[in-house]
Design a protein around this ligand. Sequence first.
Ligand code: 13P
Ligand code: SF4
Length: 305
Amino acid sequence: MNNDIVIKEIEKIKKENNIKIFAHNYQNYEVQQVADYIGDSFYLTKLAREIDAQTIIMCGVDFMAETIKILSPDKKVILPVKEATCPMANMIKAKDIENFKKENNDFAVVAYINTSADVKAVADICVTSSNAVKVIESLEENNILFVPDINLGNYISKMVKSKNIISWNGYCPIHDKVTKQEVINMKNKYPNAPVLVHPECRQEVIEVSDFVGSTSEIIEYASKLDAKEITIGTETGTLHVLRRLNPGKKFRLLSNNLICINMKKTTLEDVYNAVVGNSGYEVKVQEDIRVKAKNSLERMIELAR
Ligand code: 13P
Ligand code: SF4
């Protein structure tokens, strides 16, 4: 079947079975084409609770599908490719947090949404890159352990001076590779193009860039920006959204290495197979873990308002 036929089939089966397709901003172009909703992890997380759907097919990585299941346990949640995971999320385990808490009972543990359900369950609260500063600022506790991203943790520390924030030493293998020199080179080559980066980049990269934000914040900022050309320092899939929304602007990727292989594992064929029920992984979360993880997520949603 060619892509046009596959897309039509997916649309038809979706309607007949009340299936909604969610896609993260980093997904392949063809996957974004069949998505009902595209966005960053915070937007998709909140939306899952609000919409009417029997089944949600989450095109992204495992923690995203799991987060949706935690908040919407009555919906069937499918991750089209089980192996699509986030290496950074796998850099912290629930046991690590339990051990830390035993020795540091005056710390609040804040888990980035890029974590497993087990980690969310033992954390005190979750954050995403778009609400981390606001949520952490409004916490009562002064001492914070932030897991697992050291780069986002350093960024939050800089923004929230009133808290004592220590970070786990995890990192996103894609954003962590971006260098300060790459930003400088792009600025020299294209002096009229502002550089917009994700807070999973290193501090020295953020310092020489013009804007820092989550994937959707980058999209929103770039769309409003009065500039004809813009350099983007996050995963390449974001360019599909930016080009669709801003046909008159030129977007360039800050580095050729900004490709998350896990986000690229999901193809149009995988989505088709998930929609027809031939394959895909149905997400399940043990109920006691789900309830505790849900509390951490609900607390975040409340404080991020
Ligand atoms: P967002 O919260 O910006 O969607 O980022 C998720 C992610 O995995 C970034 O690498
Ligand atoms: Fe994880 Fe980085 Fe891929 Fe985002 S881009 S899913 S943080 S590995």
